[in-house]
Structure formats: C-alpha cells, structure tokens
Unconditional design. Structure first.
Length: 208
C-alpha cells in the first residue's frame, strides 16, 4: 500500500467528519444561505492566497524538477483560474461578506503556515494533500448528486470535481509517497489530521 493511501486510511475518521461538515452538506443539498456563502467567498479567497504561497515554498524546497513543475502548475492555477473565479463570484453574489469574515477563519492559514515552518516540504505536501483530498471528496459527491445551487456555487463545486483537480490531488499523493522514510508516518498523520480539524473550524466560521 502506498504511503498516501496509508495516510488516508489512518485519518479516515477526521476525514469523515470533515466531509460531513455543515457547510459541505448545505452546499451539497442546495440550501446554503446567501450570507454564509458571501462570507465563504471572502475566507476561501484568503486561504487560496495562502495555498499559493505554500506551493511557492514547495517550488523552492522541491527535491527535483518534476516536483518543481507540479508545484509551479499549482501556483499558476491558484493565481489565475481560481483568482478569476473569486473576482466573478463576488461581483455576482447578491450580498457582501461581513467585514470580519476572513479574520474569523484565520485558523486554516495559521495551521498550514505553522506546519510549513515546522516540517518544511514534507509538511507542505501533507497539509495540502489533506485539504485537496477533502475538497475532491465532498465536491465530487455534491457534483454527482446534482442538487447544488446553480451559478457561482455550482461553478465552485465543478471546479473541484473535474479531471484537472483530480490530477492535482493525484500529484500531491505522489509527492507524499516520495517523502523521505525518516519522516515518520505518525508525524504525517498529525499534520494531515490537524489540517482537517482546521478545515472544519474554517468552514464553521461562516456561521458565527
């Protein structure tokens, strides 16, 4: 069994809770409120900037050219395709986010950046693998069920259920598989689980 698969299996319980978090369920069932999604657009746009910085750090610390290329492609997607989504969605959405939205959800960026400082490249790959695996799982389910609210919400779900996003998650899995053996599985599980717990708190912030 690959290291990434072992990690997913070891962290199945927190992943299950994250997939079932209130925000994901309300998007999946088409009942997400206007204010909640307005706040989400603000907090997620902020974290996308963090994710781009993490991938940029990974380019610097990458163990080889292939890893550099993979992380460079991720930076490009985050700063172009996803940035364009937020510009369009926020312009089209009927209400504005509350002023403190991004601050209430700072936990995700704080955890990811603290992990990167602690563990460098292995930590960056692990926390991003956790975040992207979560999004691939719940967005794929929501997309297939077809009950997501049309417009920006459906566009966001589709973006995280398409083949390009799946390929990016697969690339992260390969990076986790290639991490040095002297980085213990227990440490990877701590970063992975911590990121999922931060994701839950991050998404719950739209309701506070």
């Amino acid at each position: 069994m690959s290291r990434s698969r072992r990690l997913l299996e070891a962290c199945a319980e927190p992943m299950g809770r994250a997939v079932a978090m209130r925000f994901a369920e309300e998007v999946r069932t088409g009942v997400i409120g206007d204010q909640a999604y307005a706040d989400y657009l603000a907090i997620e746009a902020s974290f996308v900037e963090t994710a781009a910085r993490l991938h940029g750090l990974a380019v610097w610390d990458a163990p080889g050219r292939q890893a550099m290329e993979r992380n460079s492609r991720a930076v490009h997607a985050l700063t172009t395709e996803q940035a364009a989504y937020f510009d369009a969605a926020q312009a089209a959405w009927p209400v504005r986010p509350r002023p403190d939205a991004a601050g209430r959800a700072a936990i995700l960026s704080e955890f990811a950046l603290a992990s990167a400082r602690e563990g460098g490249y292995p930590a960056v790959m692990t926390v991003l693998f956790a975040a992207e695996s979560l999004y691939l799982t719940w967005c794929t389910r929501a997309y297939r069920e077809g009950r997501v609210q049309a417009g920006p919400v459906a566009d966001w779900v589709a973006l995280h259920a398409d083949q390009a996003f799946r390929s990016g998650v697969d690339a992260l899995a390969r990076e986790v598989d290639a991490l040095p053996a002297d980085v213990p599985d227990e440490l990877l599980a701590r970063w992975f689980t911590g990121m999922l717990e931060a994701e839950i708190a991050f998404h719950d912030a739209v309701y506070t």
